[in-house]
Design a protein around this ligand. Structure first.
Ligand SMILES: Cc1cc2nc3c(=O)[nH]c(=O)nc-3n(C[C@H](O)[C@H](O)[C@H](O)COP(=O)(O)OP(=O)(O)OC[C@H]3O[C@@H](n4cnc5c(N)ncnc54)[C@H](O)[C@@H]3O)c2cc1C
Ligand code: FES
Length: 341
């Protein structure tokens, strides 16, 4: 039986959308082109908060870190964790940059292959029942059987209308999603995939050299952006610099994927920077030592304001990079990033 469908109205505006009882308020809005603010889609960042003016909702994750006790007292909810139980009146401020460039679709998919990239990062490839159009650098939500809530994973393939998606995922020792992907999911098994989401996608109309910075599992969207940039006609005269931040030499990866791009190395450079080695341990050839934001500042400091900058990875790395880019007066419309919560 199809899920019930409710009407959601944005108070004080002429905007409304319909929301199926089995969809979240955020994703239903985005599917209908509403510029509903969000970032992570998984309950952590708090950007999708709205105030409930009228109607009834339920949340799939009452303890989600994106919502404080004060928010709850003010009848605020997270759009990405909330489902409608009837017609709603909600209050929020929309923002043009959140309007989807491609309509998110929810489809079933099957795992077709997996391969190890490092000791703790693997690439998982899925075949979709319905095509999904996405831009290089975007992410999708993967719902696996037995895991509470979907996991956000960024595509590593070039943005296109695709029936095949690949995700490069880092295994977390205690992670429920990691355990399901790395230990339980078998080739042929089904998942649900919903996407695309995210604003950190390749800007093909930006006439600047590109800097892609990946930390750990941030590899996937940065590889996608690099692949997209090398496939993009308007960007053929642009250089792309790729910096990979890792803890130890054994964690370093990505160079082989870039080396496979036609035009590499004439149009691109790759540097890995490791932060977790003892200061007196000898550094393997080709690697740099330190934190990725410090290395980026040393290597590109004066040039940063003339570059289109993409980054993805742990929140700590993202915050350090943001601080640097602000100090270097890089216009924020040249900066595109995802923090992995
Ligand atoms: C935009 C974005 C893109 C990302 N892209 C990648 C990528 O390309 N590769 C990669 O390796 N990682 C990526 N991540 C991180 C990834 O989504 C997971 O957080 C990470 O893999 C750890 O998941 P886990 O299940 O192993 O760990 P867990 O600790 O089990 O789960 C952490 C994640 O699950 C969510 N969660 C936890 N409990 C609940 C609940 N009860 N209900 C709903 N949600 C819950 C959290 O918000 C968090 O996202 C991305 C994250 C974001 C936000
Ligand atoms: S988008 Fe809902 S908490 Fe991040």
């Amino acid at each position: 039986m199809d899920a019930a469908v409710y009407a959601v109205h944005l108070t004080g505006t002429d905007q409304s959308f319909s929301c199926a009882a089995d969809d979240t308020v955020l994703r239903a809005a985005l599917r209908q082109g509403i510029a509903f603010p969000y970032e992570c889609n998984v309950g952590s960042c708090g950007n999708c908060k709205f105030e409930l003016i009228e109607g009834q909702v339920n949340t799939s994750w009452p303890e989600a870190p994106g919502l404080s006790e004060k928010d709850k007292q003010r009848n605020r909810w997270l759009g990405c964790q909330t489902r409608a139980m009837g017609d709603l009146q909600i209050k929020l401020r929309t923002g043009d940059k959140y309007r989807p460039i491609h309509t998110p679709v929810r489809t079933s998919a099957r795992l077709v292959s997996s391969r190890a990239i490092t000791h703790d990062i693997s690439e998982f490839s899925f075949e979709l029942a319905q095509p999904m159009t996405f831009a290089s650098g975007q992410y999708a939500l993967v719902q696996m059987a037995g895991v509470t809530g979907p996991r956000a994973y960024s595509m590593s393939n070039v943005g296109a209308s695709a029936t095949a998606l690949s995700f490069q995922v880092r295994r977390l020792p205690q992670g429920a999603g990691s355990a399901a992907l790395f230990e339980q999911l078998q080739v042929g098994d089904a998942v649900e995939i919903d996407g695309p989401y995210g604003m950190a996608y390749l800007r093909e109309d930006a006439p600047r050299d590109l800097l892609c910075i990946a930390g750990g599992s941030g590899l996937s969207p940065m590889v996608s952006v690099a692949r997209g940039a090398f496939a993009s006609e308007p960007l053929t005269s642009r250089q792309l610099h790729f910096v990979y931040g890792a803890r130890l030499p054994a964690d370093v990866c990505g160079q082989d994927m870039l080396a496979a791009l036609p035009g590499w190395p004439e149009r691109g450079s790759y540097q890995a920077v490791v932060s977790g080695m003892d200061v007196d341990a000898p550094l393997p050839e080709g690697l740099a030592r330190g934190f990725v934001h410090d290395w980026v500042d040393q290597a590109y400091g004066d040039q940063l304001a003339d570059m289109e900058i993409y980054f993805a990875g742990p929140a700590l790395m993202a915050q350090s990079l943001l601080k640097l880019l602000i100090a270097r007066k890089v216009p924020m419309d040249q900066v595109h990033f995802d923090q992995f919560y």
